[in-house]
Design a protein around this ligand. Sequence first.
Ligand SMILES: [Zn+2]
Length: 230
Amino acid sequence: MFSEQKKQIIEYGILLDRYELVSLTCGNLAIRMPTGEILITPTGLMYDQMVEDDVIVMDLDGNIIEGDRKPSSDTPSILYIFKHMPNINGVIHTHQPYATAISLIPGMDEFRVCFTGMANTCCGNVPITPYSSAGSVDMGVDVVNNVGTARAVILSHHGVMTIGPGLKDALYAAVYLEETAKGYLAARACCPDGNMKQMTDEQIDTMVEVFKYYGQGTPVIPTELVDKKK
Ligand SMILES: [Zn+2]
């Protein structure tokens, strides 16, 4: 059942490892099928050793439809997100260290977009939620209550949850959030007072819009959207 999507989950899990967003067996990935079933990674297995049969199929209440493995320990929070966000069909949880490090900076309850790639893929500023326990439903509650129109939330002292209409959107958000966090922290190390150059709200909004024209199968970016200097 759902062989293609199970392959995608495993392939993207390996990508999470390649981009250093997870170590060993941590993190998880989940897809909601158009017919409502939830596909979710098993707990405690290495992504590069996972096979299709290891991916669990369940309903929205957590009743297992297919699979013998124990599902991710974060299943309660993932199901909570799917239940409360009907347009979200892909969820990824990582322990990506640079984005998570930003949650340690006193006074920050939001990671403001500072690179265009973050605006493109996270669709705006990323909220930083107060601490919640791993394995709790609270992680999902924090995502639903704080994410707004963004596609990522930083969980203090823990990791990141990314969401999207599909799993690919959640993957892009996680990868580019980490790339931006690396750049931000490097710049911040050079600006001990935390006073750094910022993108304007208009620049951020434009970059969110521009990504709708990215990739194959979309129209060319309208010049009036991006050309401001002639
Ligand atoms: Zn975790």
